[in-house]
Design a protein around this ligand. Structure first.
Ligand SMILES: Nc1ncnc2c1ncn2[C@@H]1O[C@H](COP(=O)(O)OP(=O)(O)OP(=O)(O)O)[C@@H](O)[C@H]1O
Length: 240
């Protein structure tokens, strides 16, 4: 469902993503790990069509993000790292607006908004203005907009960042559940999330994949510790 083929991104002289190739099938949750500046967000922005690649391509359900961006984008739900929200809107108002933009109308739109609110546990704040929400609820509102059109593919950039332990647990469970019927790529710095939610994980360093395997395989490679493996295969400081 997600096929990344030789994807590269150059910012001036800096190679942020270096001929990256991987795929995510339906029913797979792929954890995207790597130190700060490894190229995770840049990859996700290219795969979702927000940033043009310098070379290579990504296919979403068979549609090239370079040659068929509209078809590809219809199939993707994207939670960016710093997701934009309209602060004056209520949660429901914002989701209705996003549903409009996605082309949903009438009962389909009403059902989609209700389903997203329920899935992301937003019922208690559904009619509250976004600027009065706590960070966790704002984050879940962003996640809800990514789910509105029930996409086959989800790309989530640090979906549990800034959440409290209870909310982290809920979102991990949600990712795991959604992953049964979708293809999910999500980045995280929290290595225990790999065991909690992923069926597979890749570790990237300086724009290249340095490890790829199931959580059990990676933990075995790290002689019982994913942290040890991560420290062994990644560079201490890759950010510009
Ligand atoms: N628009 C840009 N212009 C120039 N350099 C950029 C731009 N966006 C990203 N970079 C550089 O590309 C590299 C990869 O950045 P990216 O944000 O993809 O890393 P990341 O793995 O997501 O990091 P983090 O874990 O800190 O979010 C970094 O060196 C960053 O400084």
């Amino acid at each position: 469902m997600i096929e990344v083929e030789n994807l590269s991104k150059q910012f001036g002289k800096k190679t942020a993503v270096d001929h990256l190739s991987f795929s995510v099938r339906k029913g797979e949750v792929l954890g995207f790990l790597g130190p700060n500046g490894a190229g995770k967000s840049t990859t996700m922005r290219m795969v979702t069509g927000f940033l043009p690649p310098s070379s290579g391509d990504a296919k979403i359900c068979g549609h090239s993000i370079v040659d068929q961006p509209n078809e590809a984008k219809k199939k993707v739900g994207y939670l960016p790292e710093s997701a934009p929200l309209y602060n004056d809107m209520t949660v429901t108002g914002f989701l209705r607006f996003c549903a409009d933009v996605r082309g949903l109308r009438g009962n389909t739109k009403k059902d989609a908004v209700e389903r997203a609110i329920e899935t992301c546990f937003l019922q208690s704040v559904a009619f509250q203005a976004i600027d009065t929400l706590s960070k966790g609820y704002r984050h879940r509102t962003c996640l809800a907009q990514a789910l509105l059109h029930d996409p086959e593919v989800l790309i989530l950039d640090e979906p549990t960042d800034g959440l409290d332990p209870n909310q982290k647990h809920e979102v991990r469970q949600l990712i795991k559940r959604l992953g049964e019927t979708k293809a999910i790529l999500f980045s995280t710095h929290i290595l225990e999330e790999v065991e909690a939610s992923c069926t597979r994980a890749v570790i990237v360093d300086r724009g290249r994949i340095v490890e790829d395997g199931t959580p059990a395989e990676l933990i075995a490679k790290g002689k019982g510790s994913l942290t040890d493996l991560f420290r062994k295969v990644t560079t201490l400081d890759t950010a510009a």
